[in-house]
Design a protein around this ligand. Structure first.
Ligand code: SF4
Length: 341
């Protein structure tokens, strides 16, 4: 049996530098990051998620080759089918979650779980509301296309604390392949402008992370990408491809042997959960995790869900590296390409 930790999927470069910067920002941030470290190493089980991820709109303005939203509807993995009427999260639902969280110790939110948050019209209102309710870390992941100078200024001034821009390329040619977009130069310039605006405003946060999901199409650009961003971004994430049914073969390393019964200590259900645009709750933010059974916020509260027998059992299974005993986690774990191969 092969032993792996959750570092299998994501390699965070410059993490120590980033972590120290965050910890030094304020005492509250320090306490929050310490709690995160303890929960993600299974030392403590909190009675409310530390972070909640929001799918504000079940839509995206990109069609990246590895993303199930690019697949024909009948070929998407389980959990991707949301009726049109539920594709935009209501601002009331967002507020309801933040209200419950702010009373029970929620510390962080991520805007942009699997889809593009900058197409959500009330995105700045979301950030301001979360800040008003004392959420410490307000995070966002974007494809960067709509990150204009005006939007960057609003984001920085509204209280966002962490911005992640997905690149997966270091050239126009590769960006066209990985992200199916001709706008590499625009996204690059938007991200650089964001850093410049932050500097000119004299504000330390949001910190900026850039990410690169390594596939067969872009792996030749990984080193150049890291070299370019090393002294610019605060954090660089090089991630493995997580495959699911219908992931195009040209992205996969078909020489990788499928890994069986891997011991894998996933900490996601120890630290966070995710909420889809229609109010469905999921115990993690992975794409295979969308297949977890359907429970909607109209039937429960975050607190009840988090402290349910099922969630406790899932956490214990993952703590001891036996995720392969859960059918959803088994599929997820076996679908991560080992970067060492
Ligand atoms: S499906 Fe299971 S192993 Fe995969 S991220 Fe979710 S909780 Fe972790």
């Amino acid at each position: 049996m092969v032993k792996h930790t959750d570092k299998l999927a994501t390699n965070l470069l410059q993490y120590d530098k980033y972590y120290n910067k965050i910890k030094n920002y304020s005492r509250l941030f320090q306490d929050y990051r310490d709690l995160w470290e303890r929960a993600s190493s299974f030392e403590i089980e909190t009675n409310f998620p530390i972070q909640i991820e929001f799918e504000l709109s079940n839509a995206c303005n990109f069609r990246c080759g590895f993303c199930p939203y690019s697949f024909p509807i009948d070929q998407r993995p389980k959990g991707f089918e949301i009726p049109i009427k539920d594709k935009i999260m209501s601002f009331d639902l967002f507020k309801k979650v933040i209200d419950e969280g702010s009373e029970r110790g929620l510390m962080a939110i991520e805007l942009g779980y699997n889809t593009e948050p900058l197409i959500f019209k009330r995105i700045i209102d979301c950030i301001k509301y979360a800040k008003m309710k004392n959420i410490i870390d307000i995070r966002m992941t974007t494809n960067g296309l709509k990150l204009t100078e005006d939007v960057s200024t609003l984001l920085i001034q509204s209280g966002l604390t962490h911005l992640s821009v997905s690149f997966d390329a270091f050239s126009e040619e590769t960006f066209l392949k990985t992200r199916a977009s001709r706008h590499y130069k625009k996204v690059l310039q938007n991200a650089l402008n964001f850093l410049e605006i932050r500097k000119n405003l004299g504000i330390q946060l949001p910190l900026m992370r850039v990410s690169f999901i390594e596939t067969e199409e872009n792996k030749h650009e990984k080193d150049s990408f890291v070299k370019f961003w090393k002294d610019r971004a605060d954090l660089i994430a090089v991630q493995s491809l997580v495959k699911y049914d219908n992931t195009p073969e040209n992205l996969q390393n078909l020489n990788n042997e499928k890994q069986k019964d891997i011991e894998y200590n996933c900490h996601q259900p120890w630290t966070r959960l995710a909420i889809k645009s229609n109010g469905d709750i999921k115990p993690c933010c992975s794409i295979p995790g969308m297949a977890f059974s359907k429970i909607n916020l109209s039937e429960t509260t975050i607190s009840k869900y988090w402290n349910s027998k099922e969630m406790k059992e899932l956490r214990n299974t993952l703590k001891v590296g036996e995720g392969y005993k859960n059918s959803v986690c088994k599929k997820c774990i076996e679908s991560i390409e080992n970067k060492n191969n």
